[in-house]
Design a protein around this ligand. Structure first.
Ligand SMILES: NC(=O)c1ccc[n+]([C@@H]2O[C@H](COP(=O)([O-])OP(=O)(O)OC[C@H]3O[C@@H](n4cnc5c(N)ncnc54)[C@H](OP(=O)(O)O)[C@@H]3O)[C@@H](O)[C@H]2O)c1
Length: 242
């Protein structure tokens, strides 16, 4: 894809910021959103100019306001939502407020994007949702995050059929990527990628036709295989790992 018009929601850090840089290097016309306006301004300058529209996905009215500002402008080739929150830990130690925030941003926020953003995408353009391998099956220590990501994986499947052929819905399921999100993990993360490697994998996937973009395959295929096993086996293996 050459010089597309792209809106990244969740652009201020991690994979979203790396995607912004990678798209900017390809001459993309970018709109950058997240909560941290100062980080977005710095990234926009780094990208050689981009429109910055701060918003909080936990407050869908701020997404609706951003959509209203963008209505009337040129339609997007791609709208990608990378925004998410993650708090690992044991279930008994969960902070209910943090759990609610994760559900609000990861699930309800993605649903708000699915509800409000398609009219801003050109015919045949892409709506890119970020699920996770953590949504393939519940991983120990990641309960609400895994559950919201399973929901996003499922939501993307629904939308891929419902919005086709006008909008081309894609699901991105990364393995481990070294960002502030995974910096919270207290275990060795196998096959971990840099955000730049992840961004390149996403762009390669978006240039192809597959609904799901998952990487690195040496890791994601192993988890897909685990998911296919009978629970008696997969849960025993997970117990050993976790
Ligand atoms: N890193 C991994 O290993 C990994 C693996 C599988 C899936 N993923 C998925 O990949 C995506 C990107 O993850 P990442 O590792 O790049 O995370 P990250 O570094 O923590 O970045 C998350 C982005 O989401 C934004 N965000 C968070 N809450 C928001 C809110 N309420 N409203 C608007 N924006 C919000 C953050 O910006 P502000 O704080 O400025 O709002 C930030 O730009 C996520 O969907 C994650 O679940 C990541």
């Amino acid at each position: 894809m050459t010089a597309p018009r792209v809106w990244i929601i969740g652009a201020s850090a991690g994979i979203g910021a790396a995607l912004a840089r990678a798209w900017a290097a390809r001459g993309a016309d970018l709109v950058l959103s997240a909560r941290d306006g100062a980080a977005l301004d710095a990234l926009a300058a780094e990208c050689g100019g981009a429109r910055v529209l701060p918003l909080d996905l936990a407050q869908p009215e701020t997404l609706a306001a951003a959509c209203a500002e963008l209505r009337g402008a040129a339609p997007f080739d791609v709208i990608a939502c990378t925004a998410a929150l993650y708090d690992p830990g044991r279930v008994a130690d969960l902070d209910p407020e943090r759990v609610e925030a994760m559900v609000r941003v990861n699930l309800l926020g993605t649903l708000a994007v699915a509800r409000l953003c398609p009219p801003l995408i050109r015919d045949g353009g892409q709506l890119v949702l970020f699920g996770s391998v953590a949504g393939y099956l519940g991983l120990p220590g990641g309960q609400p995050y895994s559950a919201t990501k399973a929901a996003v994986n499922n939501l993307a499947e629904s939308l891929a059929v419902e919005l086709a052929p006008r909008v081309n819905v894609r699901l991105v399921c990364p393995g481990f990527v070294a960002t502030r999100l995974t910096a919270k993990n207290r275990f060795a993360m196998p096959a971990i990628l840099t955000p730049d490697q992840a961004a390149e994998a996403v762009l390669r996937g978006l240039a192809g036709r597959a609904f799901e973009i998952h990487f690195p395959r040496r890791f994601t295929l192993a988890i897909k295989l685990l998911r296919l096993l009978p629970y008696a086996l997969s849960l025993r293996l997970l117990r050993r790992l976790g």
